[in-house]
Write a protein that binds this ligand. Structure first.
Ligand SMILES: [Zn+2]
Ligand SMILES: [Zn+2]
Ligand SMILES: [Zn+2]
Length: 350
């Protein structure tokens, strides 16, 4: 999955100053680049003094970055505002990265960026296969905002009009799908509390909707599988919970790498699904086997394929990872392209 040859180069991006481009094909889950910040600042007032402390060579690097707010007369603060990334979700600490800050935005990105506390670096992993010569693109936004919302934020905060294929098409069906994905994300655990099977159905529906939408951010798949795990563990269905944790782990590894703080937690819950404090909180029941391909529910409940007499459900468990389940081989074959990367990661857990 990894290679030592550099996978990107900096080049002119038409209409966007500079951007990073793949120098060779990059596979889903491959590390594209990891980088320590040139400097960090807790608030904009810290930017000036931090820039003062840079060496002459570092100042050259900083001053090569664009300033979207004052392009004609750049200032340290506006240059920082244009290029800084928060060091972790919701962090008020921002970091300026010589290469990573140059990665342009798309509403259908091909990489996922995250701050790795353990490494003290921002890490960028491919979230879909990237062809040689293709631009490396991340998202500056919440993943499932509507066209209108995205346009407003990108113009207000980043001073550009997005010309990605999703924005150019401005398809109302895509907006509706994104809205549905965002809403389902809020509803899963809320529903699970009073209706665990309903909660699991919503989680599976969200996963299918994300696949249909095509942005395919592995981090969002991980979050949703984690929600599904919590839903299953609350009713003590350890087998179903373990399957979802295996995929939560796989997608986390694909999007954030082995040094993510979530990785050891996910691994411990996969090895011992019942160690979560919410185990059995809503009693005990066997969850229905919901096909990861088409969403159809196996009649009779029980995600064990009927092996232990828990139900009459006939589900096909993926041989590769023992995590994904299907109604039949046809559903499995159709789902193969989406499932492949996560399957090979989860398969190594066994
Ligand atoms: Zn866009
Ligand atoms: Zn199916
Ligand atoms: Zn599999």
């Amino acid at each position: 999955m990894s290679s030592t040859s550099p996978s990107y180069l900096l080049a002119e991006a038409p209409g966007k100053n500079h951007g990073l481009f793949a120098t060779r094909p990059i596979a889903t889950g491959e590390l594209v680049i990891s980088e320590a910040p040139l400097f960090t600042a807790q608030g904009l007032f810290e930017v000036g003094p931090a820039v003062q402390r840079l060496s002459a060579a570092e100042k050259v690097v900083f001053e090569a970055l664009t300033d979207a707010y004052c392009p004609d007369k750049p200032t340290p603060v506006t240059r920082f505002k244009t290029n800084a990334l928060p060091l972790g979700v919701g962090s008020t600490l921002g970091g300026l990265f010589p290469q990573i800050s140059r990665i342009n935005h798309s509403c259908r990105p091909n990489v996922h960026h995250s701050w790795c506390e353990k490494l003290g670096k921002e890490v960028i992993y491919a979230s879909s296969p990237i062809a040689q010569g293709e631009e490396i693109l991340t998202t500056y936004l919440e993943p499932y905002a509507s066209t209108e919302e995205r346009r407003r934020i990108l113009v207000n905060d980043f001073r550009f009009v997005c010309r990605c294929d999703v924005c150019e098409r401005a398809d109302p069906a895509n907006d509706a799908l994104r809205k549905k994905i965002a809403q389902l994300g809020d509803e899963i655990l809320y529903t699970s509390r009073r209706d665990p099977i309903g909660g699991l159905r919503l989680a599976k529906e969200r996963l299918r909707s994300m696949e249909e939408e095509g942005s395919g951010d592995p981090a969002e798949y991980s979050v949703t599988h984690y929600d599904a795990y919590q839903t299953c563990i609350a009713v003590s269905d350890l087998e179903a919970a373990k399957r979802h944790m295996g995929l939560a782990y796989a997608y986390r590894l694909l999007s954030e790498g082995p040094d993510s703080a979530e990785i050891p937690r996910n691994l411990a819950l996969y090895r011992n699904p019942g160690s979560h404090p919410a185990t059995g909180m809503h009693g005990r029941r066997v969850m229905p086997g919901i096909c990861d391909g088409c969403g159809k529910e196996a009649v009779g409940g029980g995600g064990d394929g009927g092996k232990k007499g828990k139900g009459t459900a006939k589900v096909l468990v993926c041989e590769g990872c023992k995590c994904a389940i299907y109604c039949d081989k046809e559903c499995q074959a159709k789902h193969r392209a989406w499932h492949e990367a996560a399957c090979s990661v989860a398969g190594r857990l066994r």
